[in-house]
Each structure stands twice: as C-alpha cells, then as structure tokens.
Design a binder for this molecule. Structure first.
Ligand code: ATP
Length: 400
C-alpha cells in the first residue's frame, strides 16, 4: 500500500464532472492523491488551504468558454500565489494555440484531451521528479505573501484587473469601498505584485501622530482621518524626492474624500481610483466566498466542512451584510465551529443567530459532535470532554 504521506497531491481543475471522475479514477489507482476544483475560486482556495504538488488545469473549465482566457487568468493567479507550483494545462478543442499561450505564461507542460492514460501518468511523474531536483528553497514568506482574493463577479473582477495592471508601477492608488469589502486585502495583493521586496507599512490614519520615515509602500487606512498637519506633511513627502508609494484606503466616496483633503494631497492620491462594491451588489461572489471560508475554517479548526444547500445559499444571498465580506467570513467560521444547526442563515434573512445564547451554543456543539461521530455517544462525549452520563443529561435537556 502507498504511504499517504509520500503520495503526491494533484489538484485537477475542470468543471466537467465526468472528466473529473475519469481523472480521479486513473490517478488514484496510480498512487496520486487527487483533489478536485470546479472553478477558479475553488482552485485558489484549495491551493491556499492545503499542500498541493501539481495542478492539472483545464483551460476551458468555464462552461461554454472556448478561448481559454479564464484558464490563463487562473494560471497567472496560481503562480502569483505559489510561484514554484508546476501547472500542466489540459486543452481540448481550443487546441495548440492556447497551450502555447499557456506555456508562455509559465505553464510547465500541456496535454491534449482525450489524453493517453500512460502518457499522462508519465508526464506527471517526470514533472514531479524534475520539480524535486530543481526545487530551490523559496524566499521566506514567498508562498504566503499574496493573499487569496476570491472574486467571481464582474463587479469585482474589473477593479481587480485594473489594480493588477497598475500594481507593478509606483503609482499611488485610492481604494474605496464600504467596511469589510476587501480594501486591505486588495492593497496586500497590489503590493505582492509590485516587485517591492520590502513588506508594506500598514498605517491607520486615525491616531497617527507622525509620518514614518522610508519610501516603501504605505497602506494608509482611513486616510480621511489624517490631521491637517499630517495631510500637509504627506503632500510634501509625495512632492519630494524618493516618495513612498501610497495605497490610500477609505470608506468614503471620492467626492466626500475630495472635500476633506487638500488638492495637493488629493490629486496625486486619486490618480488611480479603484472602488470595491458592497457585497449585496455582487451576490455572485457570495457562494464562492462562503465555500472558501468554510473550507479554510474547517482546516484551521480541524473540524468537518459543512455543506451549504441551495436554500442556505439563497438565504445568504438575501442577507444585508452591512459589514460585507468580514461579516460573511465570521458567519462561516461560526458555522464551522458551532455546526450548521446554529448557522446564521435564516430563511427570513434576519440575523437570527448572531448572538446565540449559551444554551444554544452548547446544544449546537453537542449536536455537531454527535453528527461528527455518527451519533456514537461515547465518542462524542470524549470529543466534548464530558462523561457519558453528563452527555446523556444534556441530550435529554435539549431533547436530542
Ligand atoms: N474577495 C475576498 N476574498 C477573500 N477574503 C476576503 C475578500 N474580501 C475580503 N476578505 C476578507 O474579509 C476581511 C475584511 O477584508 P479587509 O480587511 O480587506 O476589508 P477592508 O475593506 O479593508 O475593511 P475596513 O475598511 O473595515 O478596514 C478580511 O479577513 C479579508 O481577508
């Protein structure tokens, strides 16, 4: 039997369930651990969450897509996240031109569909062997520098594409959007793609009493809260030699912000404006973000990953999310930790379980533990740190 620790892990990215299972069948039989992703967001989540040795990426994974553009964009994102990760692209009808474009973008190799089983397995082994021989230690933090940013909707993809385009320059940027919409995360991504090896300085304008020295990248949160003397000092710095690169973040709209800052500061900072919409204006992102956070927190807390059914997803889409992605993230963590019974999802779109009582939390934990252990009371009791009689008493109290 193959030792699971030595099994290479392959992530197969394809939206076609039949091709997924054909690949899984072949590769698991040949000693690989196979993980599946059906879209770009899922692929990035998996690469961020678990050690993966190689990605097999179908360039036409988006339903109906034939240009391969989606797949090429994902290839770039995967490499930004894990520069040394080998990616073998799979092409079908889109053919050789797309495969060549992918190789130019840094793909390790390509295979054509329908693939020849033996040749595919040999290619995977050869690629992994070469990877092992050539493996150079990555720069410290290289794998974690770029945060995972999940964006499926056009409303998010357009601003991110603009941010990516300007990232390698030294241009200042204004990132606006409501609280928790992802401004800080996007600033980190911009910095990770800037080529600047120094970590960015994270500054909260609120409470800042002096400008720091240096001319690296400053992520300046809540720029509207800068005192007047600091606004002037920053304008001077931006006018001087070797200025810092400022990524200014604000929850205010551009007009409101323009009214609060002197033109000497406002004009250089708003050269590139990027605006992130509230979560309610991009409901298509909600299922992808929810899946991402459930997967992430399940791994982080060592708990089972709850599944979201269609009704729960509909309810998530209808919630008002005043704190945007930050609130969705917290809701999904609660769902993983407390079990889906206390899911914040309620059909009326209210925040029914935002503050569960202690009894509700205890009941939820007990239910989750029982479910996790297939309703084996002894195992659930051990998991909960309770004696069997103590667990039975509680089950009776909660009518379980
Ligand atoms: N598109 C996304 N994909 C994955 N995680 C996200 C995304 N957007 C936001 N998050 C997560 O949501 C949380 C809030 O995001 P972030 O701190 O970037 O928001 P912000 O707009 O800077 O908020 P604030 O203005 O309140 O400081 C963070 O944990 C971040 O990692």
């Amino acid at each position: 039997m193959t030792d699971p620790a030595s099994q290479p892990t392959v992530l197969f990215v394809d939206d076609d369930a039949d091709i997924q299972s054909a690949a899984r069948l072949l590769l698991t039989r040949r000693g690989f651990r196979v993980l599946a992703a059906h879209n770009a967001a899922e692929a990035l989540t998996r690469v961020a969450a678990a050690p993966i040795d190689l990605v097999l990426l179908d360039l036409n994974y988006a339903p109906g897509a034939t240009t391969g553009a989606e797949g090429l964009a994902l290839l770039r994102d995967l490499h930004a996240l894990r520069p040394a990760l080998p990616v073998i692209v799979v092409t079908g009808h889109s053919g050789v031109a797309i495969a060549v474009a992918a190789m130019r973008e840094g793909a390790t190799d390509f295979v054509m569909k329908p693939w020849h089983n033996e040749r595919l397995v040999t290619l995977l082994h050869d690629t992994l062997d070469r990877q092992r021989r050539e493996a150079r230690p990555e720069a410290p933090g290289a794998e974690t520098d770029e945060p995972v940013l999940i964006a499926v909707s056009e409303q998010m993809r357009a601003p991110i594409a603009l941010a990516d385009r300007v990232a390698p320059t030294r241009a200042h940027m204004l990132l606006s959007g409501p609280p928790g919409s992802g401004k800080t995360l996007l600033a980190r991504r911009i910095h990770a793609r800037s080529g600047d090896a120094q970590p960015p300085l994270l500054l909260d304008a609120d409470g800042l009493s002096a400008l720091p020295p240096g001319h690296g990248t400053w992520v300046l949160r809540g720029i509207e809260a800068l005192t007047s003397p600091l606004q002037r000092a920053l304008a001077d710095r931006l006018d001087g030699t070797a200025p810092p690169r400022v990524l200014a973040l604000s929850a205010l709209g551009p007009e409101e912000l323009a009214a609060r800052l002197p033109p000497r500061l406002w004009l250089p900072i708003e050269a590139v404006r990027i605006s992130l919409p509230p979560l309610t204006e991009r409901p298509d992102d909600i299922p992808a973000l929810a899946a991402h956070f459930l997967h992430y927190f399940a791994i982080r807390h060592g708990l089972a990953e709850p599944a979201l059914d269609a009704a729960s997803l509909d309810a998530l889409r209808l919630r008002p999310w005043p704190q945007n992605v930050r609130e969705l993230r917290a809701a999904m963590e609660r769902m993983v930790v407390l079990g889906d019974v206390t899911s914040p999802v309620s059909t009326d779109g209210e925040r029914a379980h935002d503050n569960p009582t202690l009894a509700q939390s205890e009941q939820a934990l007990i239910e989750a533990a029982l479910r996790r252990h297939g309703f084996n009371v002894s195992h659930a009791a051990r998991d909960l740190g309770l004696t069997r009689p103590a667990l039975y008493r509680r089950m009776a109290r909660y009518g379980l």
